[in-house]
Design a protein around this ligand. Structure first.
Ligand SMILES: Cc1cc2nc3c(=O)[nH]c(=O)nc-3n(C[C@H](O)[C@H](O)[C@H](O)COP(=O)(O)O)c2cc1C
Ligand code: SF4
Length: 429
């Protein structure tokens, strides 16, 4: 049996968390911080981008897009100015790992952003932080100030020709503002609403200029990749998923929290070996992966590995890495109803499938939960979900029905019980 240390292996981005004072830039420097930046400044832009490409780093914000490919697109664009954005909105229930990184190692994120900006000739960056994240906003603001004082930010960084600075922007609590174009609109001072794609932000982002948007965890990997090299990075994880992933473990589990694991660890090991299992040894009823927009799987599927390819092959996604555990005391449909209430509330209302679809799904789910669903309701529910996935304007509406669709697949009996007036076990209101 593997021990906790064997599972976690070599920490890439949490090595300093809990060991240094996040308010002390001296602590960060003493622990090897800003060395990667010095190294990057002696490399060409192309060499930095090539190293990131060779690392196979994929975006940790949910979609898993190859980071080096996005960087190369911006590097090759001759339109100036270009902008850099760190997406720290983290509005999806179940995710709190970006908060952990910002609170525990803010300079790692700043260093990652500076290296990225240097490689693409960007002079202006933003960190868009979720409005409710008061502590991370304070810690990041102080860290940016300290980095400026030491010459890591501002004009002619460390005596080079490269200048770059970072500004913090904060959302007002809307989940949609994590979507890249809604976030850009918000930074521009407009209401956070998505734009149509293409063009993508790498071509036309902030003020219609090329803009690179990456997640907090994605940027935080850059110092390691530059300092230790892409080869070391790809030696961690699996052939299809390099490096590590931060997992936000929550729900009915003994040790909730943020864990850094190399890709390839099973969901079962995350819950039992790292999370210490379920209180009072209760059984697991369901696990939701990725967050509110992620798939819900039954206990029998927990041996699946956290790995892009393996999950894709099974029709699953890991999103931003949330693992939400629901034990046997809970009614699956009532949990799904809570999830859909979130989406009904967060839908921005711009397009009909999402605005109306979320409302209709909730109404139908209520009929199942109260045992009053008709024979047609199952087909109707499935049809509305499919229309939303296929025709919603942005990722929010396209992924909102995932919990419904996956529970219809893996927990079908729960829906059938709702049709036969056999609904029991209602613990959530
Ligand atoms: C509704 C919605 C909310 C999102 N929220 C976030 C978020 O809070 N943080 C994040 O990094 N990405 C979020 N994303 C994904 C971003 O649009 C974008 O893909 C990501 O920031 C790119 O960074 P990455 O390549 O480093 O993952 C969200 C997407 C959607 C559709
Ligand atoms: S899918 Fe939902 S959140 Fe996205 S634009 Fe349409 S209404 Fe707004």
């Amino acid at each position: 049996m593997k021990t906790r240390n064997e599972i976690c292996g070599y920490p890439v981005i949490t090595a300093r968390c809990g060991k240094i004072d996040p308010d002390s830039i001296e602590d960060y420097i003493a622990a090897g911080g800003y060395k990667a930046l010095e190294k990057a400044l002696n490399m060409t832009s192309q060499e930095v981008v090539d190293e990131v490409k060779a690392s196979n780093l994929r975006g940790r914000g949910g979609a898993g897009f190859p980071t080096g490919v996005k960087m190369e697109t911006i590097l090759k664009t001759d339109v100036f100015p270009k902008y850099l954005v760190c997406n720290a909105d983290e509005g999806e229930p179940g995710n709190f790992k970006d908060k952990y990184l910002m609170e525990n190692d803010p300079h790692q994120l700043i260093e990652g952003m500076i290296i990225t900006a240097y490689s693409m000739g960007i002079e202006k960056g933003y960190i868009y932080i979720r409005g409710e994240y008061n502590k991370p906003i304070i810690i990041m603001s102080r860290a940016i100030e300290a980095a400026r004082e030491k010459g890591f930010l501002g004009k002619r960084i460390l005596g080079s020709d490269f200048s770059f600075d970072i500004e913090i922007r904060s959302g007002a609590g809307a989940y949609i503002c994590g979507e890249e174009f809604a976030l850009i609109e918000s930074i521009e001072g407009k209401a956070g609403r998505p734009r149509s794609k293409p063009p993508y932000p790498t071509v036309s982002g902030i003020y219609n200029k090329p803009t690179l948007i990456n997640n907090v965890e994605t940027f935080s990997n850059l110092p390691f990749i530059i300092q230790e090299g892409a080869e070391k990075f790809i030696s961690i994880g699996t052939p299809s998923s390099s490096g590590t992933k931060l997992v936000s473990l929550s729900g009915n589990v003994n040790n909730r929290g943020v864990y850094e694991i190399p890709f390839g660890v099973t969901i079962r090991d995350i819950i039992y070996k790292l999370g210490g299992g379920i209180p009072e040894n209760r059984k697991i009823r369901m696990v939701q992966l990725g967050g509110a927009s992620g798939p819900c799987i039954p206990e029998e599927m927990l041996d699946i590995k956290l790995d892009y390819k393996e999950m894709e092959n099974k029709g699953l996604t890991m999103g931003a890495g949330a693992v939400i555990v629901i034990d046997e005391r809970y009614n699956v449909l009532e949990i799904v109803r809570l999830i859909m209430r979130f989406f009904r509330h967060e839908s921005c209302g711009k397009c009909t499938p999402c605005r109306e679809g979320n409302r209709q799904i909730l109404r139908i789910l209520y009929r199942f939960v109260s045992g009053n669903a008709s024979n047609n309701d199952l087909a109707l529910l499935e049809s509305i979900c499919n229309v939303m996935c296929q025709t919603s304007f942005c990722g929010l509406g396209q992924t909102a029905p995932t919990a419904v669709l996956t529970t219809m697949k893996y927990f079908r009996d729960d829906y059938l019980s709702g049709m036969r007036n056999l609904s029991t076990n209602s613990n959530i209101v």
